[in-house]
Design a protein around this ligand. Structure first.
Ligand code: SF4
Length: 280
């Protein structure tokens, strides 16, 4: 899948992994029937997005769009997007807290109400919507409440991607403030998986090309088959810890997931050490 990244963003999330200053404006060339992920930054901040959508339509491309959704508080913008509904497979909304105070703290915006309005607009549309929720120190304790909020307020949203903060961009600058200890999160993640199973939500871990959640922390709770199913986006043969400047441990040699796990970031080990992995 080709990725088109628009660098501009109207947010400045404290856990953002993009090095936005290093991102150049994309050179757009779209082939017939191509599959594309349009992301950022925030794609809806780009004046080029409309022409890209029109070009995608001409080329019969299929799209996924990642957005913070703030610009979709306008019903007109959602109606415009609906014109492309046959080629947009998924709109993935980065929504990292249902608590207004935490949302403001982690996104450094006052756009919470706009995003809630956008979620209502999108829920009424014919577009396929999913939510992406990154676990960081500020929100992980509330992850189960977050799922309950989505189920109750936005029942049309059935699929939720959960990611673990990755130390790059702002997240690297703020690494000690935003990166939780994985063992502190594992019971909450377990509860999220069980709640999703019992309540018809499809919870998946996504890696966006970067490592997700090390499955060794969950293997006492779920079968390997269950974990592979939930983590289908992370578990891809060919992931290589070295590609990400990540590390593996002695215990990884005997781990079922060793071939497909990308390990954990060096910065994680610098903060929390290796002990958690010895006891896993
Ligand atoms: S390979 Fe290592 S880090 Fe990855 S899941 Fe297994 S034990 Fe954990």
């Amino acid at each position: 899948m080709k990725v088109i990244r628009f660098p501009k963003c109207n947010y400045n999330c404290i856990f953002c992994f993009e090095d936005k200053e290093a991102l150049a404006e994309p050179i757009i060339s779209i082939k017939d029937n191509e599959k594309l992920l349009i992301t950022g930054g925030e794609p809806f901040c780009s004046s080029k997005l409309k022409s890209v959508l029109e070009e995608c339509k001409r080329k019969k491309a299929k799209l996924k769009i990642q957005t913070n959704a703030s610009i979709l508080y306008s019903e007109g913008n959602v109606k415009y997007l609906e014109k492309f509904k046959d080629m947009i497979e998924e709109i993935i909304i980065g929504f990292h807290s249902h608590e207004p105070r935490i949302y403001a703290e982690i996104t450094q915006t006052n756009f919470y109400d706009k995003v809630i309005q956008a979620l209502h607009n999108l829920s009424k549309s014919k577009l396929n919507i999913t939510v992406n929720h990154t676990l960081i120190k500020q929100n992980y304790l509330y992850a189960l409440d977050f799922l309950k909020f989505i189920k109750e307020k936005f029942p049309r949203i059935k699929k939720i991607y959960m990611t673990f903060v990755y130390p790059s961009g702002n997240a690297l600058q703020n690494v000690e403030d935003v990166m939780p200890k994985i063992s502190d999160t594992k019971d909450i993640v377990k509860n999220c998986i069980m709640y999703s199973k019992d309540n018809g939500l499809q919870l998946e871990f996504i890696s966006c090309g970067i490592p997700g959640y090390p499955l060794c922390f969950l293997r006492s709770y779920f079968s390997i088959e269950e974990l592979n199913k939930i983590c289908q986006h992370v578990i891809q043969k060919g992931n290589n810890a070295l590609d990400f400047n990540n590390v593996k441990f002695k215990i990884c040699e005997g781990c079922t997931f060793n071939d497909t796990c990308a390990g954990v970031p060096q910065q994680y080990v610098d903060i929390y050490g290796e002990t958690e992995f010895k006891n896993n």
